[in-house]
Design a protein around this ligand. Structure first.
Ligand code: SF4
Length: 326
Protein backbone atom coordinates (compact mmCIF):
# COMPACT_ATOMS: atom_id res chain seq x y z
CA UNK A 1 0.00 0.00 0.00
CA UNK A 2 1.32 3.36 -1.01
CA UNK A 3 2.13 5.73 1.85
CA UNK A 4 2.05 9.05 0.05
CA UNK A 5 -0.59 9.79 -2.48
CA UNK A 6 -0.74 12.72 -4.85
CA UNK A 7 -3.46 13.72 -7.22
CA UNK A 8 -4.44 17.03 -8.80
CA UNK A 9 -7.38 18.49 -10.68
CA UNK A 10 -7.30 21.23 -13.23
CA UNK A 11 -9.57 24.02 -11.98
CA UNK A 12 -12.52 23.78 -14.32
CA UNK A 13 -15.14 25.06 -11.87
CA UNK A 14 -17.84 22.98 -10.31
CA UNK A 15 -17.41 19.22 -10.19
CA UNK A 16 -19.67 16.83 -12.05
CA UNK A 17 -20.66 13.16 -11.90
CA UNK A 18 -17.69 12.22 -14.09
CA UNK A 19 -15.31 13.57 -11.42
CA UNK A 20 -17.20 11.88 -8.61
CA UNK A 21 -17.09 8.40 -10.08
CA UNK A 22 -13.76 8.87 -11.82
CA UNK A 23 -11.43 9.77 -8.97
CA UNK A 24 -13.10 11.72 -6.21
CA UNK A 25 -14.60 8.74 -4.38
CA UNK A 26 -11.16 7.15 -4.39
CA UNK A 27 -9.58 10.30 -2.94
CA UNK A 28 -12.11 10.30 -0.11
CA UNK A 29 -11.16 6.71 0.77
CA UNK A 30 -7.43 7.29 0.40
CA UNK A 31 -7.35 10.24 2.79
CA UNK A 32 -8.23 7.75 5.56
CA UNK A 33 -5.39 5.39 4.70
CA UNK A 34 -2.34 7.41 3.63
CA UNK A 35 -0.68 10.81 3.64
CA UNK A 36 -2.49 12.60 0.85
CA UNK A 37 -1.59 15.63 -1.22
CA UNK A 38 -4.49 16.96 -3.29
CA UNK A 39 -3.77 20.02 -5.38
CA UNK A 40 -5.48 22.42 -7.73
CA UNK A 41 -3.43 22.24 -10.92
CA UNK A 42 -3.77 25.84 -12.09
CA UNK A 43 -0.46 25.87 -13.96
CA UNK A 44 -1.65 22.81 -15.86
CA UNK A 45 -4.82 24.69 -16.73
CA UNK A 46 -2.70 27.46 -18.23
CA UNK A 47 -0.96 25.04 -20.59
CA UNK A 48 -4.14 24.85 -22.67
CA UNK A 49 -6.10 27.93 -21.49
CA UNK A 50 -3.42 30.58 -21.14
CA UNK A 51 -5.25 32.88 -23.54
CA UNK A 52 -8.16 33.38 -21.16
CA UNK A 53 -7.26 33.02 -17.49
CA UNK A 54 -10.15 35.24 -16.34
CA UNK A 55 -12.07 32.43 -14.60
CA UNK A 56 -9.10 30.68 -13.03
CA UNK A 57 -9.58 32.09 -9.53
CA UNK A 58 -13.33 31.54 -9.49
CA UNK A 59 -12.92 28.01 -10.82
CA UNK A 60 -10.31 27.26 -8.17
CA UNK A 61 -12.60 28.45 -5.41
CA UNK A 62 -15.56 26.48 -6.77
CA UNK A 63 -13.55 23.32 -7.04
CA UNK A 64 -12.18 23.48 -3.50
CA UNK A 65 -15.64 24.08 -2.03
CA UNK A 66 -16.99 21.16 -4.07
CA UNK A 67 -14.15 18.95 -2.86
CA UNK A 68 -15.01 19.77 0.74
CA UNK A 69 -18.74 19.27 0.18
CA UNK A 70 -18.02 15.90 -1.43
CA UNK A 71 -16.08 14.74 1.62
CA UNK A 72 -12.42 15.69 1.27
CA UNK A 73 -11.14 16.71 4.66
CA UNK A 74 -8.55 19.47 5.00
CA UNK A 75 -7.50 18.06 8.39
CA UNK A 76 -6.63 14.73 6.83
CA UNK A 77 -5.14 15.72 3.46
CA UNK A 78 -2.97 18.64 2.36
CA UNK A 79 -5.13 20.57 -0.08
CA UNK A 80 -3.16 23.26 -1.89
CA UNK A 81 -2.84 25.23 -5.10
CA UNK A 82 0.02 24.36 -7.41
CA UNK A 83 0.96 27.97 -8.17
CA UNK A 84 1.36 28.73 -4.45
CA UNK A 85 4.29 26.32 -4.41
CA UNK A 86 7.05 27.87 -6.57
CA UNK A 87 9.32 24.98 -5.58
CA UNK A 88 7.43 22.95 -8.19
CA UNK A 89 8.37 25.38 -10.98
CA UNK A 90 12.03 25.40 -10.05
CA UNK A 91 12.03 21.61 -9.81
CA UNK A 92 10.37 21.35 -13.21
CA UNK A 93 13.19 23.42 -14.65
CA UNK A 94 15.78 20.98 -13.28
CA UNK A 95 13.83 17.97 -14.52
CA UNK A 96 13.43 19.55 -17.95
CA UNK A 97 17.24 19.61 -18.24
CA UNK A 98 17.39 15.82 -18.05
CA UNK A 99 14.27 14.97 -20.08
CA UNK A 100 14.97 14.23 -23.76
CA UNK A 101 12.64 16.01 -26.17
CA UNK A 102 11.72 12.73 -27.87
CA UNK A 103 10.15 11.40 -24.66
CA UNK A 104 7.71 14.31 -24.59
CA UNK A 105 6.86 14.18 -28.28
CA UNK A 106 5.87 10.56 -28.06
CA UNK A 107 3.40 10.97 -25.15
CA UNK A 108 0.13 9.90 -26.84
CA UNK A 109 -1.98 12.69 -25.35
CA UNK A 110 0.33 15.34 -26.88
CA UNK A 111 -0.92 14.63 -30.38
CA UNK A 112 -4.47 13.73 -29.28
CA UNK A 113 -4.95 16.99 -27.40
CA UNK A 114 -3.56 19.00 -30.28
CA UNK A 115 -6.21 17.36 -32.44
CA UNK A 116 -9.01 17.89 -29.93
CA UNK A 117 -8.12 21.49 -29.13
CA UNK A 118 -7.58 22.51 -32.73
CA UNK A 119 -8.91 26.05 -32.28
CA UNK A 120 -6.33 26.90 -29.62
CA UNK A 121 -2.70 27.69 -30.13
CA UNK A 122 -1.14 25.05 -27.95
CA UNK A 123 2.02 24.30 -29.89
CA UNK A 124 3.89 25.85 -26.98
CA UNK A 125 6.85 25.00 -24.81
CA UNK A 126 4.50 24.87 -21.78
CA UNK A 127 2.12 22.39 -23.38
CA UNK A 128 4.85 20.09 -24.65
CA UNK A 129 6.49 20.15 -21.24
CA UNK A 130 3.45 19.53 -19.08
CA UNK A 131 4.35 15.87 -18.38
CA UNK A 132 7.58 17.21 -16.83
CA UNK A 133 5.47 19.52 -14.68
CA UNK A 134 3.46 16.49 -13.64
CA UNK A 135 6.65 14.66 -12.72
CA UNK A 136 7.65 17.66 -10.59
CA UNK A 137 4.22 17.66 -8.88
CA UNK A 138 4.61 14.00 -7.98
CA UNK A 139 8.26 13.95 -6.96
CA UNK A 140 8.25 17.20 -4.99
CA UNK A 141 6.24 15.39 -2.29
CA UNK A 142 7.90 12.00 -2.94
CA UNK A 143 4.53 10.48 -3.73
CA UNK A 144 4.74 6.72 -4.12
CA UNK A 145 1.15 6.25 -5.30
CA UNK A 146 -0.74 8.21 -7.95
CA UNK A 147 -4.40 7.43 -8.66
CA UNK A 148 -4.76 7.45 -12.43
CA UNK A 149 -7.12 6.46 -15.19
CA UNK A 150 -5.90 4.26 -18.06
CA UNK A 151 -5.35 7.31 -20.28
CA UNK A 152 -2.85 8.81 -17.84
CA UNK A 153 -0.65 5.73 -17.56
CA UNK A 154 1.82 6.95 -20.22
CA UNK A 155 2.37 10.15 -18.19
CA UNK A 156 3.21 8.22 -15.08
CA UNK A 157 5.52 5.98 -17.06
CA UNK A 158 7.29 9.12 -18.23
CA UNK A 159 7.70 10.21 -14.61
CA UNK A 160 9.25 6.84 -13.85
CA UNK A 161 11.63 7.23 -16.79
CA UNK A 162 12.63 10.67 -15.54
CA UNK A 163 13.25 9.20 -12.07
CA UNK A 164 15.49 6.48 -13.52
CA UNK A 165 17.47 9.03 -15.52
CA UNK A 166 17.78 11.42 -12.59
CA UNK A 167 18.96 8.63 -10.28
CA UNK A 168 21.42 7.40 -12.91
CA UNK A 169 22.92 10.86 -13.36
CA UNK A 170 22.97 12.13 -9.79
CA UNK A 171 22.68 9.08 -7.55
CA UNK A 172 19.70 7.35 -5.96
CA UNK A 173 17.32 10.19 -5.04
CA UNK A 174 13.76 9.19 -5.88
CA UNK A 175 11.67 6.02 -5.75
CA UNK A 176 9.54 5.29 -8.81
CA UNK A 177 5.92 6.21 -8.10
CA UNK A 178 3.34 3.52 -8.75
CA UNK A 179 -0.02 3.96 -10.44
CA UNK A 180 -3.12 3.24 -8.42
CA UNK A 181 -5.32 2.21 -11.29
CA UNK A 182 -8.94 2.32 -10.29
CA UNK A 183 -11.61 0.67 -12.38
CA UNK A 184 -13.96 3.61 -12.75
CA UNK A 185 -17.15 3.28 -14.76
CA UNK A 186 -17.55 5.31 -17.91
CA UNK A 187 -19.91 8.18 -17.13
CA UNK A 188 -21.79 9.33 -20.21
CA UNK A 189 -22.80 12.94 -20.59
CA UNK A 190 -26.17 14.07 -21.90
CA UNK A 191 -24.98 13.65 -25.50
CA UNK A 192 -23.63 10.13 -24.93
CA UNK A 193 -19.98 11.17 -25.08
CA UNK A 194 -17.79 10.92 -21.97
CA UNK A 195 -19.04 13.46 -19.42
CA UNK A 196 -16.86 16.54 -19.61
CA UNK A 197 -17.30 20.20 -18.90
CA UNK A 198 -15.63 21.07 -22.19
CA UNK A 199 -18.37 19.19 -24.06
CA UNK A 200 -21.09 21.00 -22.06
CA UNK A 201 -22.78 17.63 -21.42
CA UNK A 202 -22.28 17.38 -17.67
CA UNK A 203 -24.47 17.05 -14.60
CA UNK A 204 -22.86 19.05 -11.78
CA UNK A 205 -22.82 17.76 -8.23
CA UNK A 206 -24.45 21.02 -7.16
CA UNK A 207 -27.26 20.96 -9.74
CA UNK A 208 -30.76 21.33 -8.31
CA UNK A 209 -33.24 18.45 -8.73
CA UNK A 210 -34.95 20.56 -11.43
CA UNK A 211 -31.66 20.96 -13.33
CA UNK A 212 -31.02 17.24 -13.04
CA UNK A 213 -34.46 16.35 -14.37
CA UNK A 214 -33.92 18.73 -17.30
CA UNK A 215 -30.50 17.35 -18.13
CA UNK A 216 -31.49 13.70 -17.82
CA UNK A 217 -34.55 14.54 -19.91
CA UNK A 218 -32.38 15.46 -22.89
CA UNK A 219 -30.03 12.49 -22.63
CA UNK A 220 -29.60 10.50 -25.80
CA UNK A 221 -31.19 7.04 -25.77
CA UNK A 222 -31.25 4.00 -28.03
CA UNK A 223 -32.11 5.51 -31.43
CA UNK A 224 -34.17 2.38 -32.24
CA UNK A 225 -36.85 3.62 -29.84
CA UNK A 226 -38.34 6.19 -32.15
CA UNK A 227 -41.81 5.86 -30.64
CA UNK A 228 -43.17 4.66 -27.31
CA UNK A 229 -44.12 1.31 -28.88
CA UNK A 230 -40.67 0.50 -30.32
CA UNK A 231 -38.65 -1.93 -28.19
CA UNK A 232 -35.13 -0.78 -27.34
CA UNK A 233 -31.75 -2.18 -26.43
CA UNK A 234 -30.67 -0.80 -23.04
CA UNK A 235 -27.04 -1.60 -23.77
CA UNK A 236 -27.15 1.06 -26.50
CA UNK A 237 -28.50 3.73 -24.15
CA UNK A 238 -26.63 6.30 -22.03
CA UNK A 239 -29.50 6.50 -19.56
CA UNK A 240 -29.14 2.79 -18.86
CA UNK A 241 -25.40 3.25 -18.32
CA UNK A 242 -26.24 5.59 -15.46
CA UNK A 243 -28.96 3.28 -14.16
CA UNK A 244 -26.17 0.73 -13.72
CA UNK A 245 -24.75 3.04 -11.06
CA UNK A 246 -27.82 4.66 -9.57
CA UNK A 247 -30.60 2.09 -9.88
CA UNK A 248 -28.78 -1.21 -9.42
CA UNK A 249 -31.69 -2.70 -7.44
CA UNK A 250 -34.08 -2.30 -10.41
CA UNK A 251 -31.69 -2.96 -13.25
CA UNK A 252 -33.26 -6.17 -14.50
CA UNK A 253 -36.74 -4.68 -14.47
CA UNK A 254 -35.54 -1.54 -16.30
CA UNK A 255 -33.78 -3.61 -18.97
CA UNK A 256 -36.87 -5.76 -19.45
CA UNK A 257 -39.20 -2.77 -19.72
CA UNK A 258 -36.93 -1.24 -22.34
CA UNK A 259 -36.62 -4.40 -24.41
CA UNK A 260 -40.38 -5.04 -24.38
CA UNK A 261 -41.46 -1.39 -24.73
CA UNK A 262 -43.07 -1.83 -21.31
CA UNK A 263 -42.49 1.85 -20.61
CA UNK A 264 -41.33 4.93 -22.42
CA UNK A 265 -38.00 6.70 -22.21
CA UNK A 266 -39.64 9.63 -20.40
CA UNK A 267 -40.63 7.39 -17.49
CA UNK A 268 -37.26 5.63 -17.49
CA UNK A 269 -35.44 8.97 -17.35
CA UNK A 270 -37.67 10.25 -14.55
CA UNK A 271 -36.65 7.28 -12.37
CA UNK A 272 -32.98 7.96 -13.07
CA UNK A 273 -33.24 11.71 -12.43
CA UNK A 274 -34.88 11.04 -9.05
CA UNK A 275 -32.11 8.66 -8.04
CA UNK A 276 -29.34 11.05 -9.11
CA UNK A 277 -30.99 14.00 -7.37
CA UNK A 278 -31.47 11.97 -4.15
CA UNK A 279 -27.86 10.83 -4.16
CA UNK A 280 -26.68 14.46 -4.28
CA UNK A 281 -28.98 15.80 -1.55
CA UNK A 282 -26.30 15.67 1.18
CA UNK A 283 -23.73 17.21 -1.12
CA UNK A 284 -26.03 20.16 -1.84
CA UNK A 285 -26.74 20.68 1.86
CA UNK A 286 -23.06 20.60 2.78
CA UNK A 287 -22.19 23.02 -0.02
CA UNK A 288 -24.83 25.45 1.14
CA UNK A 289 -23.40 25.29 4.63
CA UNK A 290 -19.85 25.87 3.37
CA UNK A 291 -20.97 28.86 1.33
CA UNK A 292 -21.92 30.60 4.58
CA UNK A 293 -18.18 31.01 5.28
CA UNK A 294 -16.81 33.35 2.63
CA UNK A 295 -13.22 32.66 1.67
CA UNK A 296 -13.24 29.15 3.11
CA UNK A 297 -11.53 27.76 0.00
CA UNK A 298 -8.59 30.18 0.34
CA UNK A 299 -8.25 29.37 4.03
CA UNK A 300 -8.09 25.65 3.22
CA UNK A 301 -5.49 26.27 0.50
CA UNK A 302 -3.39 28.33 2.93
CA UNK A 303 -3.47 25.55 5.51
CA UNK A 304 -2.61 22.98 2.89
CA UNK A 305 0.32 25.07 1.70
CA UNK A 306 1.72 25.11 5.23
CA UNK A 307 1.71 21.31 5.21
CA UNK A 308 3.27 20.78 1.79
CA UNK A 309 5.86 23.59 1.90
CA UNK A 310 8.39 21.90 4.23
CA UNK A 311 8.15 18.63 2.29
CA UNK A 312 8.79 20.42 -1.00
CA UNK A 313 11.59 22.51 0.52
CA UNK A 314 13.45 19.41 1.70
CA UNK A 315 13.16 17.69 -1.69
CA UNK A 316 14.23 20.77 -3.62
CA UNK A 317 17.25 21.29 -1.36
CA UNK A 318 18.38 17.74 -2.09
CA UNK A 319 17.84 18.18 -5.84
CA UNK A 320 19.88 21.39 -5.84
CA UNK A 321 22.65 19.70 -3.93
CA UNK A 322 22.70 16.75 -6.33
CA UNK A 323 22.76 19.03 -9.35
CA UNK A 324 25.48 21.31 -8.02
CA UNK A 325 23.24 24.36 -7.50
CA UNK A 326 23.42 24.53 -3.70
S1 SF4 B 1 -36.35 2.88 -22.02
FE1 SF4 B 1 -34.68 3.63 -20.79
S2 SF4 B 1 -32.99 2.26 -21.25
FE2 SF4 B 1 -34.49 2.00 -22.88
S3 SF4 B 1 -33.86 3.41 -24.50
FE3 SF4 B 1 -35.37 4.47 -23.23
S4 SF4 B 1 -34.16 5.57 -21.72
FE4 SF4 B 1 -32.85 4.02 -22.61
Amino acid sequence: MAQRILTGYRPTGKLHLGHLHGNLKRMIELQEQATCFFFIADWHALTTDYQDPSRLRAYTEDMVVDWLAAGLDADKAAIYRQSDLPEVAEFQLYLSMVTPLGWLERVPSFKEQQEQLKGREIATHGFLGYPVLQAADILIVRADGVPVGEDQLPHLELTREIVRRFNYLYGETFAEPQSLLSPSPRIPGTDGRKMSKSYGNHISLGDTPEDIHKKVGIMVTDPARRTRRDPGDPEKCSVYELHKIYTVDRLEEIGEKCRTAGWGCVECKRVLAERVADSLRDFRARRKELEKTPGIAWKVLEDGLRKVKPVAGEVLAEVRRRMGID
